[in-house]
Design a protein. Structure first.
Length: 149
């Protein structure tokens, strides 16, 4: 694995996305620079944490579901496919040796009152399976996606 460490102050270069502060007791505060939104994380209970907030690996799994539905939404605008009210459930499964995300399951629940034709279903599936987060995840992480279409 190649690790690049750059000690340049990123804030001065205007490239920083997030500023993270380690508070204490395995908790961080993560500030989104552009909006000022703050997310706190905790280590999970099974890894010495309190489990009172998203864990970093929860955020990875959540980012996948959020990215997939966002990309479907963008594509839906282009093709006039309404996905308003869609619910996405995400399940993260960890392995222990090494400790890492082993599988992420993404389950879509599209609105019952909307019927999609075959072309729309293919557009939905194709757009989701090309989201940047999915394409960025390590190939050894199993990705299970159920569209329920």
């Amino acid at each position: 694995m190649k690790l690049i460490i750059n000690y340049v102050n990123l804030e001065k270069k205007k490239r920083m996305t997030t500023k993270i502060i380690y508070n204490e007791a395995l908790r961080t505060s993560c500030t989104h620079i552009e909006s000022g939104t703050v997310i706190e994380t905790d280590a999970p209970k099974d890894n010495q944490g309190k489990g009172e907030r998203f864990s970093p690996t929860d955020l990875v799994a959540t980012a996948l579901g959020s990215c997939m539905i966002s990309i479907i939404g963008i594509t839906g605008r282009t093709h006039e496919i309404n996905i308003d009210g869609t619910v996405v459930e995400v399940v993260k499964i960890m392995s222990s040796n090494p400790r890492r995300i082993d599988e992420i399951k993404v389950l879509f629940h599209f609105p019952k009152n909307i019927t999609y034709n075959e072309k729309q279903k293919q557009i939905i599936k194709h757009s989701a399976m090309n989201c940047p987060v999915l394409l960025s995840l390590h190939p050894e992480i199993k990705k299970t996606v159920d569209f329920n279409l």
